[in-house]
Design a protein around this ligand. Sequence first.
Ligand code: NDP
Length: 407
Amino acid sequence: MGQNHIKPDWTSDDARPASDADAGKTVTILGATGSIGKNTLDLIERNPQRFRVETLTANSNVRELAEMALKYGASHAVIGDSALYAELKDRLSGSGITPAAGPDALVEAATMPVDCVMAAIIGAAGLKPTFAALSQGTRVALANKECLVSAGDVFMHEVARSGTDLIPVDSEHSAAFQAIENLNIESVERVTLTASGGPFRTWPADKLASATATDALKHPNWSMGAKITIDSATLMNKGLEVIEAYHLFPLRKDQFGIVVHPQSIVHCLVEYDDGSVLAQMSAPDMRTPIAYSLSWPRRMKTPTERLDLAALGRLEFESPDEARFPALRLAREAMQAGDPACTILNAANEVAVESFLNGRLRFTGIAEIVEKTLNKAQRLGLPNSFKTLDEVLELDRSGRELAHSLL
Ligand code: NDP
């Protein structure tokens, strides 16, 4: 018998039924030289019919930014550090790619019309450009968790006002996004984010103070940028993620939980009131959630490792230890206190992580500085809420100053 010529060959990428809406989507990547940025470019390179790069940005890595812009045929390349404009221009000369530099140029880049902006700048530096993209009504694939931690209400109001889509990239939130059935949102009882436990999951409390940056940067499962890897070691990352999840999904604060799962195969569990639990699983490779954020509501093929559960043998789960990892408690307390406390939590954490990476603070000092900064900010008085992004950025600045003064 011959082949059925009516049925396409579904195993071939080219034969996949890319609808018109999926073909030639333009993508801007804020933070292209980082871990998320590079994984996004890897997927775009593998799907040239579906995606085209519009603008790429970086902060100081000018050589890599220029190389990427040339390789991927970007229309614009923007470097955050204004002092590097001449070098960027020089490296792109004759290519037709428009160079730009400085914080305002990053915001402008985010507002250029595209189908999707990948928000992958690290830290609070990503707030303004990401907000600008949302305000414009552009779909945002959100990797930068600090946006929702520092300014959750302000961001979500802007999403509602502009009517655009905010698609989570963080693996746990992408998993929740996939497992929460919109029609049954009222039946969701609990959303549990998984945490790998980081490199110090089994370390005794008395050894943690002497943990070095080299120890902390050895994440057991994920390959990520330095800041989020340290956040994973303190478990602050999971605390930030619970705050992020609270803003993304219309559930109460007490409906979010954390379970430690050292294999990082299950990313989130959504429990319904009929006793069902829907979990999303995949190998720990960010290209799976990034692909979903780019192709949603459809899926796209990725080259990530496929799961072989029999070979894995065991999936383990345990409760997080808040005594050894106080960042979890601090994040929960800040979430209860409201957005301004979360802004301070994030600002102090960014200052403390940077100091740890520079060798000026010991590992356990990170949570200590965050706690001291939060306590002092609360004594000095925090607003109840924010109305504008400028108010958030002003408090973020004060939080950083306070944290520096306490170092
Ligand atoms: P990286 O540190 O690897 O990359 C950060 C990117 O942001 C780089 O392109 C960097 O440019 C740019 N950048 C840094 N500072 C500034 C600034 N002041 N102004 C403009 N651009 C800046 O980070 P990751 O890719 O690991 O993380 C990005 C975001 O995604 C973070 O918010 C993180 O929490 C989140 N996330 C990351 C995951 C991961 O697997 N990495 C998983 C889930 C969430 P340059 O190279 O020039 O410094």
